[in-house]
Write a new protein. Sequence first.
Length: 748
Amino acid sequence: MHPFRNPSLSPSRRTADLLGRMTVEEKIGQLVKLDGFRSYERVGDGFQLREKFTSTVDRWVIGSMYGVIRADWWTERDWETGVPPARMNEVVNLFQHYVLEHSRLGIPLYIAEEAPHGLMALGTTVFPTGLGMGSTWDSGLIRRIGETIGAEARAAGVHAVYSPILDIVRDPRWSRAEENYSEDAYLTSRFGSAMVRGIVSQGITSTLKHFVAHGSPEGGHNQASSHLGMIELHNCQLRPFRDAIRAGAKSIMSAYSDVDGESSSGSYHLLTEILRDELGYEGFVVADRGAIPLLLHSRLAADEAEASARALKAGCDVDEGFLEFHTEGLLEALRRGLISEADLDVAAGRILKVKFEMGLFEHPYAEERPVEILRSAKHCSVALEAARKAMTLLKNNGVLPLRGCRKLAVIGPNADNAMNQLGDYSAPQLRESVITVLDGLRGEAREQEIEISYVRGCGIRSFDRSGFAQAREIAESADAVVLVLGGCSTKYGTEMKRTSSGAASPEILPPEKSEKESGEGTDRAELNLSGVQMELFRHLKESGKPVIVVLVQGRPLCIGELLEKADALLLAWYPGAFGGRAVAEVIFGKYNPAGRLPVSIPRCSAQIPVFYNPFKERDDYIDCPGSPELPFGFGLSFTTFSYQELKVQGRQVSVTVTNTGLRAGEEVVQFYLTDMASSVKRPIRELCAFERVFLEAGASRVVTAELTDDVLGYYNEKLQFVVEPGRFRIGVGGNSGNLMETEFVLPA
């Protein structure tokens, strides 16, 4: 037995032995990742590998596959053409068998899938998207979501998931804002590390996205440059990655963007000196799709060989989706002396070591029964809890909880569109698997014998007003109106059509009919509600009936008029498959909302950026206040809370929180720190701790937080992490704009 086959040896020793037996072509094969969804065909009731895949493997011993079970409009895989749950292990093993049988040394395949808010495959559990998860302010829940995603990935037979996404949302015009947790580095860090721990606890590799500063692009343009200095990079953008690496992440995706001219996928400074030398990262780096060819197109390389060599020497180990570009580029780079075989050993060694650590050489094949695990009752209960905890009440003039209503009008483009409720990176769903807002309200109404009428009223981006008259008609005959507005992050139409075989074949809308205004590649200049949605709201307000607005959307939008004129305003983000039930429970008072904003709500697009913790308080414009419409951390409840007795003893902060209302509820207790004298600028306030607490009516609780070095310290002008003695201010409250404060001195 060769030493690399001996499981009693360390992964490092096994990797070194295997590399010594591999050819150059075999090493390069480990550095490319093929698209799984392009590599098989569904023929009748069976699956077969495409000739292009088999001929590729015959030449290159491919190291990785991406998206074998992914299904969506982009992959053109659905319930009719994709891999259903009962066949996932079979298809994954079909690929694994072929690769192992054609690998001289028996090197197993490593299979990765998308999972930003649930495994992106048919029949899996779908959670709220990133900003929805961020609104829960519950790290324990995020870990359980990670455990669920990891368990479903393991059951499906894959080895890695692309999750969590750790970009800091500093510009909501950016199309991918919905995928991320927050505008705050600390909150993102807490949730990211919790997600990683949940995923890896199930034996699945967690891939962090996108290294680095991808969420602060110039003008809100996806893939645009990030303009920030090294101090801000270290104190803000790197923080979630630093903690997620400590939590056990072994794979990181490099971003398309650059930081001050340093391309994230071709920068030795970012990928080696910072990521590996400073942050201590020991896993491998995979380029975002096309990021290595982008080095050529961005004029950072003269040809394919230079682009591939630059990425490899920088520390970007694996290319995704551009096999011919990268394999031929690396071979040519080797011939021209741009790289050495030792460089290939370093990169190939990193992914091989992860394969050894995961036990793939001993257990390469999938063996579980995914149909018993995917979307199980246990997993669905976690998704429902996440949807409930994400519900964020922004206004209530007393109309909620809804009482004494006999006839309810439900109107709006997002009231009954299943796919619109899920956000980007979602697989097509069986209609019965998603509870829309209309479904949820009908379920609650049946119990209370409330009559519900429904019309769509208008579209998301459409300027068609033909539905206004019917919407007004049912509003005038009702006791109250629930108007469900917002955004769209899918290219699917409103119908999930059934084929003759019983499979669901969704309609994919062409660009001229698409309602998509959020999700990757759909950046926005203006942050108002699209189309004629606000016109519909004004039209319905003229009916004189209470109008309860529910927002199902992916990015913070400008909602000043809704805050002023709606009778209640509930923000659901994209709440996942059970979001409609959670919305209905809030509206009828079965659930007391306690979601809190993970991002600031802007007054207008021209304010951007308007995140809560700049280096100084923002001055007013002559035509607009400098402050946000709603502050970071804001959210209402059906009860009220008060704060007393804020104390600092050593490094422990405590405060007494009391439920001063008439019903039980949850409060998110938020702690903010201000350094009163630092050597470089620090934000005016920084979230440093939080806890979501449940209190019965009239009950009190002492909530404490520890001021660790991690929150007291920062990176100075020498990029050294320091904890400086001196005067600090601590603020505690229900949001960043309403704090009870005191000062304390940290001794030398």
